[in-house]
Design a protein around this ligand. Structure first.
Ligand SMILES: [Zn+2]
Length: 325
Protein backbone atom coordinates (compact mmCIF):
# COMPACT_ATOMS: atom_id res chain seq x y z
CA UNK A 1 0.00 0.00 0.00
CA UNK A 2 1.19 3.49 -0.78
CA UNK A 3 0.34 6.20 1.68
CA UNK A 4 0.27 9.56 -0.05
CA UNK A 5 0.54 12.62 2.14
CA UNK A 6 -1.36 15.48 0.55
CA UNK A 7 -2.95 18.34 2.44
CA UNK A 8 -4.34 17.55 5.85
CA UNK A 9 -5.66 14.13 4.80
CA UNK A 10 -3.68 11.00 3.96
CA UNK A 11 -4.83 8.89 1.00
CA UNK A 12 -5.06 5.20 1.92
CA UNK A 13 -6.68 3.98 -1.31
CA UNK A 14 -9.04 5.05 -4.09
CA UNK A 15 -11.62 7.34 -2.47
CA UNK A 16 -10.33 6.53 1.01
CA UNK A 17 -8.57 9.05 3.24
CA UNK A 18 -7.57 9.34 6.86
CA UNK A 19 -7.15 12.31 9.14
CA UNK A 20 -4.07 11.33 11.15
CA UNK A 21 -3.24 14.06 13.71
CA UNK A 22 0.35 12.76 13.79
CA UNK A 23 0.74 13.74 17.44
CA UNK A 24 0.01 11.69 20.48
CA UNK A 25 -1.98 12.77 23.50
CA UNK A 26 -5.51 12.58 24.85
CA UNK A 27 -8.35 13.20 22.41
CA UNK A 28 -6.47 13.42 19.11
CA UNK A 29 -8.28 10.64 17.27
CA UNK A 30 -7.70 9.33 13.76
CA UNK A 31 -10.71 9.64 11.45
CA UNK A 32 -11.60 8.23 8.02
CA UNK A 33 -13.26 9.66 4.91
CA UNK A 34 -14.82 7.53 2.18
CA UNK A 35 -15.80 9.38 -0.99
CA UNK A 36 -18.64 8.12 -3.19
CA UNK A 37 -20.23 9.59 -6.34
CA UNK A 38 -23.06 11.44 -4.58
CA UNK A 39 -22.23 10.91 -0.95
CA UNK A 40 -19.44 10.54 1.54
CA UNK A 41 -18.96 8.88 4.90
CA UNK A 42 -16.83 9.68 7.92
CA UNK A 43 -15.44 7.06 10.22
CA UNK A 44 -15.34 8.92 13.56
CA UNK A 45 -15.05 12.68 13.98
CA UNK A 46 -12.77 15.04 15.94
CA UNK A 47 -13.28 16.11 19.55
CA UNK A 48 -14.57 19.68 19.17
CA UNK A 49 -16.39 21.84 16.66
CA UNK A 50 -13.27 23.71 15.51
CA UNK A 51 -11.29 20.53 14.72
CA UNK A 52 -14.34 18.92 13.13
CA UNK A 53 -14.87 22.03 10.99
CA UNK A 54 -11.29 21.75 9.73
CA UNK A 55 -11.82 18.05 8.92
CA UNK A 56 -15.07 18.92 7.13
CA UNK A 57 -13.40 21.60 5.00
CA UNK A 58 -10.59 19.19 4.06
CA UNK A 59 -13.18 16.49 3.27
CA UNK A 60 -15.36 18.76 1.12
CA UNK A 61 -12.33 19.75 -0.95
CA UNK A 62 -12.13 16.11 -2.09
CA UNK A 63 -15.83 15.54 -2.86
CA UNK A 64 -17.51 15.66 -6.29
CA UNK A 65 -19.77 18.66 -6.91
CA UNK A 66 -23.10 18.27 -5.15
CA UNK A 67 -21.90 15.57 -2.76
CA UNK A 68 -21.57 16.05 0.99
CA UNK A 69 -20.66 13.98 4.03
CA UNK A 70 -24.03 12.46 4.85
CA UNK A 71 -23.11 9.51 7.08
CA UNK A 72 -20.85 9.09 10.10
CA UNK A 73 -19.90 5.71 11.53
CA UNK A 74 -18.87 6.06 15.18
CA UNK A 75 -16.52 3.34 16.45
CA UNK A 76 -17.52 3.99 20.09
CA UNK A 77 -19.25 6.63 22.21
CA UNK A 78 -16.21 8.52 23.60
CA UNK A 79 -16.48 12.22 22.75
CA UNK A 80 -13.18 12.30 20.85
CA UNK A 81 -14.79 10.07 18.20
CA UNK A 82 -18.44 11.16 18.32
CA UNK A 83 -18.78 14.84 19.17
CA UNK A 84 -17.37 16.29 15.92
CA UNK A 85 -20.42 14.89 14.09
CA UNK A 86 -22.21 18.00 15.43
CA UNK A 87 -20.91 19.88 12.36
CA UNK A 88 -23.09 17.58 10.19
CA UNK A 89 -26.55 18.09 11.68
CA UNK A 90 -28.34 16.36 8.81
CA UNK A 91 -26.08 13.31 8.66
CA UNK A 92 -27.02 9.78 9.60
CA UNK A 93 -24.92 8.75 12.64
CA UNK A 94 -24.38 4.99 12.97
CA UNK A 95 -23.15 3.25 16.14
CA UNK A 96 -23.84 0.02 18.00
CA UNK A 97 -26.93 -0.45 20.16
CA UNK A 98 -24.63 -0.79 23.18
CA UNK A 99 -22.75 2.44 22.37
CA UNK A 100 -26.01 4.41 22.29
CA UNK A 101 -27.25 2.73 25.47
CA UNK A 102 -24.02 3.62 27.29
CA UNK A 103 -23.89 7.26 26.20
CA UNK A 104 -25.28 8.16 29.63
CA UNK A 105 -21.94 7.09 31.19
CA UNK A 106 -20.04 9.69 29.18
CA UNK A 107 -19.68 13.35 30.16
CA UNK A 108 -21.42 15.79 27.77
CA UNK A 109 -19.55 18.55 25.89
CA UNK A 110 -21.17 21.13 28.20
CA UNK A 111 -19.96 19.29 31.28
CA UNK A 112 -16.39 19.04 29.97
CA UNK A 113 -16.43 22.70 28.94
CA UNK A 114 -17.56 23.72 32.43
CA UNK A 115 -15.03 21.38 34.05
CA UNK A 116 -12.09 22.63 31.98
CA UNK A 117 -12.87 26.20 32.99
CA UNK A 118 -13.36 25.50 36.69
CA UNK A 119 -10.33 23.44 37.73
CA UNK A 120 -7.52 24.73 39.94
CA UNK A 121 -4.26 24.19 38.02
CA UNK A 122 -2.31 24.03 41.29
CA UNK A 123 -3.88 20.64 42.09
CA UNK A 124 -3.01 17.28 40.46
CA UNK A 125 -6.49 17.13 38.90
CA UNK A 126 -6.56 20.69 37.65
CA UNK A 127 -3.05 20.53 36.29
CA UNK A 128 -3.85 17.33 34.38
CA UNK A 129 -7.08 18.66 32.90
CA UNK A 130 -5.43 21.93 31.79
CA UNK A 131 -2.41 20.21 30.32
CA UNK A 132 -4.19 17.49 28.36
CA UNK A 133 -7.65 18.90 27.64
CA UNK A 134 -7.00 22.65 27.60
CA UNK A 135 -6.32 22.54 23.84
CA UNK A 136 -9.93 21.62 23.06
CA UNK A 137 -12.82 24.09 22.89
CA UNK A 138 -16.21 22.58 23.65
CA UNK A 139 -17.97 25.93 24.05
CA UNK A 140 -19.92 25.42 20.81
CA UNK A 141 -19.81 21.61 20.61
CA UNK A 142 -23.12 19.78 20.89
CA UNK A 143 -23.77 16.12 21.54
CA UNK A 144 -24.81 14.64 18.16
CA UNK A 145 -27.81 12.33 17.92
CA UNK A 146 -27.03 8.72 17.05
CA UNK A 147 -29.68 8.00 14.42
CA UNK A 148 -29.08 4.35 13.52
CA UNK A 149 -27.83 1.43 15.62
CA UNK A 150 -27.17 -2.27 15.17
CA UNK A 151 -25.71 -5.29 16.93
CA UNK A 152 -23.78 -7.96 15.04
CA UNK A 153 -22.96 -7.05 11.44
CA UNK A 154 -24.13 -4.19 9.26
CA UNK A 155 -23.11 -3.36 5.69
CA UNK A 156 -23.08 -0.04 3.85
CA UNK A 157 -21.90 0.97 0.38
CA UNK A 158 -20.04 4.17 -0.48
CA UNK A 159 -18.98 4.48 -4.12
CA UNK A 160 -16.91 1.41 -4.94
CA UNK A 161 -16.39 0.55 -1.29
CA UNK A 162 -18.27 -2.04 0.70
CA UNK A 163 -18.24 -0.89 4.32
CA UNK A 164 -18.54 -3.82 6.73
CA UNK A 165 -19.32 -2.89 10.32
CA UNK A 166 -19.24 -5.39 13.15
CA UNK A 167 -19.94 -4.91 16.84
CA UNK A 168 -17.34 -6.13 19.32
CA UNK A 169 -17.58 -7.44 22.89
CA UNK A 170 -16.79 -4.93 25.68
CA UNK A 171 -13.16 -3.85 25.46
CA UNK A 172 -12.17 -0.22 25.08
CA UNK A 173 -15.79 0.68 25.92
CA UNK A 174 -19.08 -1.19 25.98
CA UNK A 175 -20.32 -0.73 22.42
CA UNK A 176 -17.14 -0.81 20.30
CA UNK A 177 -17.35 -1.59 16.58
CA UNK A 178 -14.80 -1.98 13.80
CA UNK A 179 -14.94 -1.10 10.12
CA UNK A 180 -13.58 -3.42 7.41
CA UNK A 181 -13.13 -2.07 3.89
CA UNK A 182 -12.41 -5.22 1.88
CA UNK A 183 -11.71 -3.48 -1.44
CA UNK A 184 -8.97 -1.42 0.21
CA UNK A 185 -7.70 -4.13 2.60
CA UNK A 186 -8.08 -1.65 5.44
CA UNK A 187 -9.57 -2.00 8.93
CA UNK A 188 -10.44 0.96 11.18
CA UNK A 189 -10.11 -0.51 14.66
CA UNK A 190 -11.38 2.37 16.81
CA UNK A 191 -9.71 2.55 20.23
CA UNK A 192 -9.45 -1.22 20.55
CA UNK A 193 -5.98 -0.45 19.17
CA UNK A 194 -3.65 2.44 20.09
CA UNK A 195 -0.95 2.52 17.42
CA UNK A 196 2.76 2.82 18.05
CA UNK A 197 5.77 2.25 15.82
CA UNK A 198 9.50 2.79 16.24
CA UNK A 199 9.28 5.82 13.96
CA UNK A 200 6.20 7.24 15.69
CA UNK A 201 5.76 6.07 19.27
CA UNK A 202 2.21 6.29 20.61
CA UNK A 203 0.54 6.26 24.01
CA UNK A 204 -0.52 3.63 26.49
CA UNK A 205 -4.17 2.67 25.83
CA UNK A 206 -6.99 3.67 28.19
CA UNK A 207 -9.38 0.72 28.20
CA UNK A 208 -12.47 1.73 30.16
CA UNK A 209 -14.37 -1.56 29.90
CA UNK A 210 -12.14 -4.60 29.38
CA UNK A 211 -11.36 -7.36 29.96
CA UNK A 212 -8.06 -7.46 28.09
CA UNK A 213 -8.89 -10.95 26.82
CA UNK A 214 -11.72 -9.45 24.78
CA UNK A 215 -9.39 -6.81 23.33
CA UNK A 216 -6.87 -9.47 22.32
CA UNK A 217 -9.63 -11.51 20.66
CA UNK A 218 -10.86 -8.42 18.81
CA UNK A 219 -7.32 -7.76 17.52
CA UNK A 220 -7.14 -11.38 16.30
CA UNK A 221 -10.43 -10.78 14.51
CA UNK A 222 -8.99 -7.73 12.75
CA UNK A 223 -6.05 -9.84 11.56
CA UNK A 224 -8.44 -12.59 10.39
CA UNK A 225 -10.07 -10.20 7.91
CA UNK A 226 -6.86 -10.46 5.87
CA UNK A 227 -6.53 -6.67 5.80
CA UNK A 228 -3.04 -5.29 5.39
CA UNK A 229 -3.53 -1.84 6.90
CA UNK A 230 -4.96 -1.10 10.34
CA UNK A 231 -5.96 2.44 11.28
CA UNK A 232 -6.04 2.59 15.09
CA UNK A 233 -8.16 5.02 17.07
CA UNK A 234 -4.99 6.94 17.96
CA UNK A 235 -1.37 6.74 16.87
CA UNK A 236 0.25 5.68 13.60
CA UNK A 237 -1.26 3.32 11.02
CA UNK A 238 -0.10 -0.28 11.58
CA UNK A 239 0.74 -3.27 9.40
CA UNK A 240 -0.34 -6.78 10.45
CA UNK A 241 3.10 -7.21 12.04
CA UNK A 242 2.60 -3.96 13.98
CA UNK A 243 -0.80 -5.15 15.20
CA UNK A 244 0.79 -8.39 16.43
CA UNK A 245 3.29 -6.34 18.44
CA UNK A 246 0.34 -4.52 20.01
CA UNK A 247 -1.28 -7.85 20.92
CA UNK A 248 1.98 -8.65 22.74
CA UNK A 249 1.58 -5.42 24.75
CA UNK A 250 -2.00 -6.36 25.72
CA UNK A 251 -0.89 -9.86 26.74
CA UNK A 252 1.89 -8.40 28.89
CA UNK A 253 -0.43 -5.99 30.71
CA UNK A 254 -3.01 -8.76 31.24
CA UNK A 255 -0.38 -11.13 32.65
CA UNK A 256 0.98 -8.50 35.06
CA UNK A 257 -2.51 -7.38 36.13
CA UNK A 258 -3.52 -10.95 36.92
CA UNK A 259 -0.28 -11.62 38.82
CA UNK A 260 -0.57 -8.44 40.94
CA UNK A 261 -4.26 -9.13 41.56
CA UNK A 262 -3.44 -12.65 42.77
CA UNK A 263 -0.78 -11.16 45.07
CA UNK A 264 -3.32 -8.76 46.61
CA UNK A 265 -1.71 -5.60 45.18
CA UNK A 266 -4.30 -2.79 44.70
CA UNK A 267 -4.93 -1.71 41.08
CA UNK A 268 -3.36 1.75 41.33
CA UNK A 269 -0.23 0.28 42.92
CA UNK A 270 -0.15 -2.46 40.24
CA UNK A 271 -0.14 0.29 37.59
CA UNK A 272 2.84 1.96 39.31
CA UNK A 273 4.72 -1.32 39.44
CA UNK A 274 4.04 -2.10 35.76
CA UNK A 275 5.38 1.36 34.87
CA UNK A 276 8.38 0.63 37.12
CA UNK A 277 9.15 -2.51 35.13
CA UNK A 278 10.01 -0.14 32.29
CA UNK A 279 9.04 -2.43 29.42
CA UNK A 280 7.46 0.18 27.12
CA UNK A 281 9.44 3.35 27.86
CA UNK A 282 8.64 4.80 24.43
CA UNK A 283 4.88 4.98 25.09
CA UNK A 284 3.38 8.21 26.42
CA UNK A 285 0.72 8.65 29.13
CA UNK A 286 1.82 5.67 31.30
CA UNK A 287 -0.59 6.91 33.98
CA UNK A 288 -3.41 5.51 31.81
CA UNK A 289 -2.39 2.03 33.00
CA UNK A 290 -4.55 2.90 36.05
CA UNK A 291 -7.58 2.81 33.74
CA UNK A 292 -6.77 -0.44 31.94
CA UNK A 293 -5.55 -2.34 35.01
CA UNK A 294 -8.50 -1.00 37.02
CA UNK A 295 -10.88 -2.39 34.39
CA UNK A 296 -9.13 -5.77 34.50
CA UNK A 297 -9.39 -5.85 38.29
CA UNK A 298 -13.13 -5.07 38.14
CA UNK A 299 -13.65 -8.13 35.94
CA UNK A 300 -11.62 -10.28 38.32
CA UNK A 301 -13.60 -8.90 41.29
CA UNK A 302 -17.03 -8.70 39.60
CA UNK A 303 -17.03 -5.05 40.65
CA UNK A 304 -19.04 -2.10 39.37
CA UNK A 305 -17.68 0.69 37.17
CA UNK A 306 -17.08 3.69 39.45
CA UNK A 307 -17.60 6.19 36.58
CA UNK A 308 -15.07 8.04 34.45
CA UNK A 309 -14.43 10.99 36.77
CA UNK A 310 -13.11 9.13 39.85
CA UNK A 311 -10.87 7.05 37.56
CA UNK A 312 -9.54 10.17 35.84
CA UNK A 313 -8.70 11.65 39.24
CA UNK A 314 -6.54 8.58 39.98
CA UNK A 315 -4.90 9.02 36.57
CA UNK A 316 -4.12 12.66 37.35
CA UNK A 317 -2.70 11.78 40.77
CA UNK A 318 -0.40 9.14 39.29
CA UNK A 319 0.80 11.55 36.59
CA UNK A 320 1.49 14.14 39.32
CA UNK A 321 3.46 11.58 41.36
CA UNK A 322 5.42 10.34 38.32
CA UNK A 323 6.43 13.89 37.49
CA UNK A 324 8.08 14.04 40.93
CA UNK A 325 6.02 16.91 42.32
ZN1 LIG B 1 -10.20 7.88 21.51
Amino acid sequence: MTITHGGPLTELGAGLYALLPGRRGWGLANCGLLVGENSALWIDSPYDRRLAGEFLAASRALLPAGADVDRVVVTHANGDHLWGACVLPGAQVVATDAARAHLCLEPTPDQLHALAGAVDPATPWGSYVRRHFGVFDWSATELPTVTETFTGEHELTVGRHTVRLASLPPGHTVGDLFVHLPEADVVFTGDVVFGSTAAQPGDHPSHWAGPLGNLIESCERFLATGARTFVPGHGPVLSAAGLKVHIGYLEYVAERAHAFHAAGVPAAEAARRVIGEGNYPELGLPERLVITIGSEYRHLDNGDHPGMLPIMQQVAQLAWDLSGR
